[in-house]
Design a binder for this molecule. Sequence first.
Ligand code: UD1
Length: 416
Amino acid sequence: MDSIHIYGGNLLRGETRIQGSKNAVLPILAATLLIKGSCVIKNCPRIADVYHMQNLLQGLGCPVSWAGNTITVNTAQANDNRMSGESVTRMRSSVMLLGAMLGRMGEAVMSYPGGCVIGKRPIDIHLTALRKMGVEIVEEDQMFTAHAPRLQGAEVKLPFPSVGATENVILAAVLAEGTTILENAAKEPEIVALCEFLTEAGADMEGIGSGRLVIRGVEGLHEVKYTVPADRIVAGTYMAAAMAAGGSIFLEQAPADQLGAVLEAAEKMGCCVTINKEGIGIDVLRRLKALPYLKTEVYDGFPTDLQSPMMVVMALAEGQGILEENIFENRFRVVGDLGKMGADIEIVKNKAYIKGVETLTGTVVEAEELRGGAALAVAGMAAVGRTVIKNRHFIERGYENICRDLRELGADISIG
Ligand code: UD1
């Protein structure tokens, strides 16, 4: 139980539709709290992290209902300002509710958030930025209380363009008194999605998609219907599957405009990429060539969330390459299991030195976190023989039905 079984080593062929974006919908669900009424969010992925966010919203007094992939959140009667327990500590993005709760209720009491075991992941940048907006924060043990009866617009410059901190400042600023100027904001597409959602609900902002956001506080927001964009990381994971296993696949809805750095790497390695308005096609007709050097960066650089799947691709490419991780300090946990499958990877500080091997061999491996777990599925599809991935639940935090999707791409994969 809680595992995935793959019989790998076959070329992939087929097409699948890319689910809605996890990292876009989570802050959007938090943002519904700023709107006193019902919001309808379409193309919402049915994944564990969304269910956690649903639990948190319900705990705050907001009924949530589903119809297919449409989720409706009614925040009219939100009445609690305390958030604690497993849903907070298990999911990093629960911290998104902080800015939204301050905007709605003026106070939030919460446990420190959790998430993947990929690094320290502090929230100091969030708290410093919110303090600038008049929030008083009292920290004690594993809990903290944030209090701001009147949120004030402010000039905030982030020391690093943190995705989560940018989202929290936006959420706090839309209903604040006055104007917030946010410098060195993160520019990830998921932030653009949050800004689009809020603008459709009546927020007043400028500079969407840039590193400088100007947010003028408004009196109130109104109910809105919104469709979540496709998940660029899921699309990139499935691209990596084709790059590792070979074959020809088509990813319906894959957002090519958000995957520039990934598509560039794929083409340099020898993939044939076709882009049309329906999605992205990838043809991998021969063994790929190693990339001498690739590093993860903030958007629009190569995304850290695709570093582990890309490591599998490089492990099978012809030649040697270096993969450098610059966003999270502990994101090479999958290397041990890839080594068990026959990969030749050495880690020195934040760099993986990868010597391409001709084949990987299936064995029993264990997911330890979301994207590393997805990388093991990619490796399993390329590997000869049977791969069993334990701890499937980590993968289900972000992939709605990875087995269904990969079966549509021709893989022999099932849950066990
Ligand atoms: C979000 C994404 C995650 C992605 C990451 C980077 C969600 C739910 N998660 O995570 O999938 O990998 O962006 O693209 O959207 N940091 C601090 N102090 C802070 C905040 C962050 O030191 O207060 C550090 C982190 O430890 C990390 C780096 O900054 O090393 C990047 O973090 P951040 O951009 O905030 O990522 P998340 O919002 O956690």
